[in-house]
Design a binder for this molecule. Structure first.
Ligand code: SF4
Length: 390
C-alpha cells in the first residue's frame, strides 16, 4: 500500500517528537533544530525541521500507523488492545501489516467475522458479518450502519426464537455492517456479545475476577436462593453436569473459567472460546434452580417392558434433544431412533392413556405428577430466565 501523510499527522508527529516516539518499530526524537526518524527495518534519517514533511512522506506507513493508534483509535485500554488484536498488530511489522490491511485482515469472535482494512492515510474501517455468511454476496445481506442495531439482531435466532444466552452459537445470519469506524466496531461487537471485550482484556492482563460456582451460588437470594441448598457437601459432581449441559462449546461460545471453588476444578473442560466466562450466568443459575428441586428427589427402581431397540430408541431421543438435532432428522429417515414417526410409534405402543411409559405410573401411590413439580408450583424456568449478558 502507498501510504500518504497529511499536514495534521506531520504536525502531531512534530509535537510528540519532543517527548520521543517509540511505537510499532518507529522511533522519532528531536535533535537540535531537527529530528531523527528511525524504523525497525534499519532505516534512519536526521532532518532539519524544514524537511520534516519530506521525511514524513518517506516514513508514511509508520507515521500513519502511529497516528491512527494515538489520535483515531479509542484510547480505552481494552478497546485499543482489542482493535490491535483484530489486525494482528503484535504479530506483524508495519509494512507487512499494511500490505495485509490493503486486502483485509479477518478475525473471528464467536460467530462474528470481523474484517479490517486500512486506506492510504492509515484510517481503519471494519466490516462485520456472521461467520456463516463469509462467502455470501454483500448484496444478499441486510446492510446496517448503526452499531446498536446489533442488539436487535442478537435478540432472536434464524427461526425467530428468543436467545436468552447472547453467547449461544445461534446468532442470526443475513446481516452486514459494511463500514464501521474503530469505536463503532467495538460497540457493535459488545452489543452482540456484551462484556466479552472487557473480560478478554482483563484476562490478558491477569486481572479477570473469577467468581466460582460456590461464591456465585452463595450470593443468590430471593427465588434463586434455593440453589444454595443443592451443595450439600456431597462433592461437586452435580456442577460437572451443569457445566457439561450448559457451558459446552456446542451451547455457549464463552470459555468457562469458573470452577467449583478456588481449590476445586471441575472435571469437564471449559471449551476453546476466544473470550472467557468469569462466573455462572443467569441462564445457568435459573436452570440450576430447577435442577435443585428435581435433584432433591430420591431415585426409585422402575420396571419397564421394552425391546432392546426401544431402549436404544429412548437413548437416541434424549441424545437428539440434548444435541439440538431434532430438526435435522428427516421424516423419511425411520432408521434414526429420534425420527418423529418412530417416536410416535413408540408412544402409541408403549404409553398408556395417562402417558405412562409401559403403563408404569411415576408414583405407585399417586401418579399425578412428581414431588418436584408439586414443590415448584409448576413454574416454568423460561419465565424466570433473565438475559445472560456478562
Ligand atoms: S456460565 Fe458462562 S460459559 Fe456457562 S453458559 Fe453461562 S455464559 Fe456460557
Amino acid at each position: 500500500m502507498n501510504a500518504a501523510v497529511d499536514a495534521t499527522q506531520v504536525a502531531a508527529l512534530a509535537e510528540a517528537a519532543a517527548d520521543g516516539i517509540e511505537f510499532d518499530g518507529f522511533a522519532v526524537e528531536t535533535e537540535g533544530d531537527g529530528y531523527v526518524l528511525a524504523t525497525d527495518a534499519g532505516s534512519k534519517r536526521v532532518v532539519h525541521a524544514d524537511d520534516l514533511n519530506d521525511a514524513a512522506a518517506e516514513y508514511a506507513p509508520y507515521l500513519t500507523n502511529w497516528y491512527f493508534w494515538h489520535a483515531t483509535a479509542p484510547q480505552a485500554e481494552d478497546r485499543w488492545a482489542y482493535l490491535r488484536w483484530l489486525e494482528r498488530a503484535d504479530d506483524e511489522r508495519v509494512p507487512d501489516r499494511y500490505d495485509a490491511l490493503a486486502a483485509g485482515v479477518t478475525r473471528e469472535w464467536g460467530q462474528l467475522r470481523v474484517t479490517v482494512t486500512a486506506d492510504e492515510t492509515g484510517a481503519r474501517r471494519y466490516e462485520l458479518r456472521h461467520v456463516d455468511d463469509a462467502d455470501t454476496d454483500a448484496a444478499d445481506l441486510t446492510a446496517h450502519d448503526d452499531p446498536l442495531d446489533a442488539r436487535r439482531i442478537a435478540k432472536h435466532d434464524d427461526r425467530d426464537r428468543y436467545r436468552p444466552l447472547k453467547t449461544a452459537p445461534t446468532l442470526r445470519t443475513g446481516w452486514r455492517f459494511a463500514d464501521l469506524g474503530p469505536a463503532e466496531a467495538v460497540r457493535a461487537v459488545e452489543s452482540f456479545y456484551p462484556a466479552t471485550v472487557t473480560n478478554w482484556y482483563r484476562e490478558r492482563e491477569g486481572e479477570l475476577d473469577i467468581s466460582h460456582w460456590r461464591e456465585t451460588v452463595d450470593r443468590q437470594s430471593g427465588i434463586y436462593g434455593v440453589v444454595k441448598t443443592w451443595d450439600r457437601g456431597d462433592g461437586y459432581e452435580h456442577v460437572n453436569w451443569v457445566a457439561e449441559a450448559c457451558c459446552d462449546d456446542s451451547q455457549c461460545l464463552k470459555r468457562r473459567e469458573w470452577q467449583y471453588d478456588d481449590g476445586t476444578d471441575l472435571d469437564v473442560g471449559g471449551g476453546d472460546g476466544e473470550f472467557p466466562c468469569r462466573e455462572p450466568c443467569s441462564v445457568v443459575i435459573s436452570a440450576a434452580r430447577r435442577w435443585t428441586k428435581l435433584e432433591g428427589e430420591q431415585s426409585r427402581t422402575y420396571e419397564f417392558e421394552l425391546t432392546p431397540s426401544e431402549k436404544e430408541q429412548v437413548e437416541a431421543v434424549v441424545d437428539a434433544v440434548a444435541d439440538g438435532r431434532t430438526d435435522e432428522i428427516r421424516e423419511a429417515d425411520v432408521y434414526e431412533g429420534a425420527n418423529r414417526y418412530r417416536a410416535r410409534f413408540l408412544r402409541a405402543k408403549r404409553f398408556d392413556d395417562e402417558g405412562n411409559l409401559s403403563g408404569v405410573p411415576t408414583d405407585p401411590a399417586d401418579d399425578g405428577g412428581s414431588e418436584a413439580d408439586a414443590a415448584d408450583g409448576g413454574a416454568d424456568a423460561d419465565e424466570e430466565t433473565e438475559e445472560a449478558s456478562d
